[in-house]
Write a protein that binds this ligand. Structure first.
Ligand code: FES
Length: 128
C-alpha cells in the first residue's frame, strides 16, 4: 500500500483553521457556484458590489482543507478590488498567496478563482 503524506504551508493551515469571510451572504448581488467533478467538492462565492468594486465577499465551501484555505484567501485578495482587477486573480495567484499547495492539491485552488470569476460574470450578466 502506498501512503501519501500531504504537507501544507503554515499559511494554508492558518486559513484552514481561521477562515476569513466564511458564510452565506443573504443580500449578495451575485453568487458564483463551482464544483469539482473529480472530488465532488462544492464552493459558493458571494459578492456585494458598489461602484464597480467588491465591497463585500464571502464563501461557503463543502470540501477539503485546501479548498477552504483557498476560498478564504481569494476573498481576502478580492475584497476592495474593482471587478476587472478581481477577474485578473488567477488560480496560481491564490496558490502563491498561500505559499504554495502540494501538487496533489493544486486543483483545489481552481475552485476559488473560478468561483470568484463566476460570481463577477453573473453580476455583469444581471446588469445587462
Ligand atoms: Fe476537492 Fe480539494 S480535494 S477541492
Amino acid at each position: 500500500m502506498i501512503k501519501v503524506v500531504i504537507i501544507y504551508s503554515d499559511k494554508v493551515m492558518e486559513h484552514f483553521k481561521n477562515p476569513r469571510n466564511m458564510g452565506e451572504m443573504e443580500d449578495a448581488d451575485a453568487v458564483g457556484e463551482v464544483g469539482n467533478p473529480t472530488c465532488g467538492d462544492l464552493m459558493y462565492i458571494y459578492i456585494k458590489v458598489k461602484e464597480d468594486k467588491i465591497e463585500d465577499i464571502s464563501f461557503q465551501t463543502f470540501g477539503c482543507g485546501a479548498a477552504i484555505a483557498t476560498s478564504s484567501m481569494v476573498t481576502e485578495m478580492a475584497k476592495g478590488k474593482t471587478l476587472d482587477e478581481a477577474l485578473e486573480i488567477t488560480r496560481k495567484d491564490v496558490a502563491d498567496a498561500l505559499d504554495g499547495l502540494p501538487p496533489i492539491k493544486m486543483h483545489c485552488s481552481n475552485l476559488a478563482a473560478d468561483g470568484l470569476h463566476k460570481a463577477i460574470e453573473k453580476y455583469r450578466e444581471k446588469q445587462k
